[in-house]
Design a protein around this ligand. Sequence first.
Ligand code: PLP
Length: 260
Amino acid sequence: MLPKALTIAGSDSGGGAGIQADLKTFQELNVFGMSAITAITAQNTIGVQGVFPVDLKGVEQQITSVMDDIGTDAVKTGMLLNRDIIEIVSEKADHYRWPYLVVDPVMISTSGSKLLHEEAMDALIHKLIPKATIITPNIPEAKVITGMNLSTFEDRKSAVKELHKLGPQAVLLKGGHEENSDHIVDILFDGETFYYFTVPKINTIHTHGTGCTYAAAITANLAKGLPLTKAIHEAKSFIHLAIVHGFSLGEGPGPTNHSA
Ligand code: PLP
């Protein structure tokens, strides 16, 4: 039977990030994709023109409807927008005891729009992150969560350890925002061992949806039953190719290519 994965995230009308990126990625990796939409964004390659939250009952009911009939092998969270939505997702995580929960702590879009309210940070850190199989912050998100300065590689390793103390089983710090290197190094820590995933940096502006796509690929690979390091290794190859084949669309920076 096809493995199944549920994404709880925001809709990107432009099709590059959010729910759309997650479902395209699940499909490419032969995983049956399902969704619970937290907010609708009116978005294109230029930016986010509007954010329209789904009401709480609607978020709750989407998750319940999927879980009570279909069930899932893994769950990914992306844009959660506010504290109430995070609390609902956290309650559902307790209730359904998902085999794998990938938390991508989405905060701000590359174009600068807020995808998580500041008042929601506490709930993200104390209610959802502790329940995660893995969290996948990028460098700016890790800075916000830890309050640490992440200039050096050693700083990043310390931040990963601090993030692990919040309670997730593993932390993957994505190095894609590194500016002073021709390589990207993602750091994984599972509480015992550090692992490093290194690829050459690609010079492109077409990276919209990279974070969502990478976390969705990890989720799909976990749903298939791959061990964590292999799930990340294969997802890293997937996102690397998707960025290599990123393309121009509209007037702004284009998306990564999910079907590369
Ligand atoms: N829009 C939605 C709905 C998202 O979930 C995300 C990312 O997680 C983004 C936009 C941000 O995408 P990017 O920063 O790649 O533009």
